[in-house]
Ligand binder design. Sequence first.
Ligand code: FUC
Length: 820
Amino acid sequence: MKNQYLIPILILLVTLVSNPLYSQNAGVLQVNKNINPGTLLWYNTPAGKWDEALPVGNGRLGAMVFGKTGEEQIQLNEETYWTGGPYTTVVKGGYKFLPEIQKLVFEGKYLEAHNLFGRKLMGYPVEQMKYQSLANLHLFFRNEKEVSEYKRWLDLETGITGVEYKANGITYKREVFSSFPDQTIVIRITADKPGTISFTANLRGVRNQTHSNYATDYFQMNSDGKDELLVTGKSADYLGVEGKLRYEARLKVIPEGGSIKTEGINLIVENADAVTICFAAATNFVNYKDVSANAHARVKNYLKNLSGKKYDALKTAAVDDYKKLFGRVSLTLPSSDNSFLPTDQRMKKIQTSPDPSLAALCYNFGRYVLISSSRPGTQPANLQGIWNNDMNPSWDSKYTTNINTEMNYWPVESGNLSECAEPLIKFIRELTDQGSRVAREHYGAKGWVFHQNTDLWRVAAPMDGPTWGTFTVGGAWLCTHLWEHYAYTLDKKFLEKVYPVIEGSVQFFMDFLVQHPNGKWLVTNPSTSPENFPDGGGNKPYFDEVTGSILPGTSICAGSSIDMQILYDLFGYYLNASEILKKNGAFITNVKTARSRLAPPQIGSDGSLQEWADDWKSLEKNHRHFSHMYGLYPGLILTEKKSPEFIEAYKKVLNERGDGAAGWSRGWKMALWARLLDGNRANKIFKLCLKEQTCIQLFSLCFKSMQVDGTMGVAAGITEMLMQSHEGYINLLPALPDEWNKGQFKGVCARGAFELDYMWENNKITKVEILSKAGAVCRIKAGPNVKINCSSRNIKFSILSDGIIEFPTVEGEKYVIEGF
Ligand code: FUC
């Protein structure tokens, strides 16, 4: 080890050994280095800005902890605090104009079609509500001018973030976590000398600087008794939608020793030995059409349930609950000396020297973010999960479904976090409410449809403008997640419950699909390939009336490749589900026929996969979306095996678009290259993503703004590099980068309800354990010489083609395979 690293590591070792956080986790500490570089983020400087802070969350309450000395700042969110109130964007009677729009598209009069869609089929309001920041807690500590031995961390093993430093010879420590069982964010302040904790606390509301929401109506700050501070307020009116949400954010401060008092909106603690702060918050939101709850009563109740509970009890309950989810999976990849450096330094060093365990840390962080932003009973993770400090966040921190919301959930099933998909599943069902009205009023169709964006209120009509709003397959794409949930769990009861939702989506498209002028295909019309403008069909810049801006062209078309591929999957899943649930009838037969007539994937004259039904190129060379590659990933229809003739066409697209762009685009690229079995390319993209599109706490960036989709995309990409199961069998290490030559993946899930634990050395599998959770037949790429054991019994297997073996399994049994 190089000398310059010895001192920081020694300091860290000494602190970790004396640190209860770590002694509690002694079991997972590494033998020689004492920290697990795959689960600990740490830094030796405080966050300088919001997107360097460390996140905690319980699915509902989120905090970004800056870890500052002198004046600490903790930014707080409650997931249901959005602008507006229940509303709808359905516009009645739009369907009357649909035939004319379709005719114009087929005649190649794209701009005319665009403008008519803009006037008659857009939802109203054209835009949607915004996710809001709730409050900021400021703690002004006394006597902290000279600070040394500073560090802060986020321990993914426990979900606790901490900060520790020395000031005036005293070591101060703070721990922060967001408890799911107790529905509170807890801040614990300790010092190694009694009577030395003194600070003033201030809980501040957040003003929208652009809308001049001057205080009083929007929020009020108060103290209550000698130990509580609170902010109460209402949601902003926005786009003519009245703000119907009321919220309360309240904290209770419990000092041990010393004194406590409030003065106006300040709470003052003097000379305490230790302090626990419990933060509770709520709104009156019940669901997307009901805001009849009482925020104040909810908050009082949360705090009442905490009374009498000691800090240690709160911590144990939160950590135990969190570990039940996080602890199911562990990923170990090789570490180097650099792996034990602060995370921000690792991100730089990995550019020139391997540190594979940083990929394990990113994977684990992805799972951490999912657990912290999506728990049963909460809202699904939005563009920023639940962490937002801005009243006008980028893209309103909504749900964007032409890639982003889906990507948020890519690692959920394989990551053994099936129950964290519950909020998404509920969300899809809720979208069918306005979605079926939009189907009827905007398209004259049965079933339900949902486009490319929604908010807390589950609006479903086209929005933003025809360039984006002509994406009709948002709901269909989401339905593929329902199927995936089944594919990983084989839970027939679940399938039975969601079957009508899937069927409703299919119904819409059975009405909406029209015959292409070539007389052969069925296509969507209007259609679009997300946010990409074709260099074809006479497309040129024009002034768009809906957005009031000059756009490079229109994106309106018929039968974009992504539409066709998503529908091919959706119809296929629907047919599978019908068979499994023993449903039949004429509609099902018609869906089968329609599926065979969907416009097929095509290779263009330049040899790349076509993004549109016509052989058009894209105006933007490095476009960030890979919409027409949906079928390769996350879809299942274009695979190495099923469609080898397309391999070169995919590679051409990926190479032409390059390895850059937004964080989420890079996560997608990683997964795509993994499906093309090129692990080294995926690893190269991963490193570049760390360098250019990742915040230091590993949240992904969408160019300049934090967005969690890329975090999950990277986690999903890493999974695809290490395990794939989309072709009907388990494929271990399909795209292993040379640098990741040794490792272990424990608890990762494969389709067919299998949980795997496998190890490899020198790029070769040494041992696999497979837990069969539903007793399905197991197929795995393993070669003919393996031995399979189950409770000391030798299990016979059949050999299929391509080195794939097959054996029956019994629910709940573990199968050990050796001799790869
Ligand atoms: C999609 C992307 C953008 C951004 C937005 C939230 O529309 O094209 O880059 O991520 O979603």
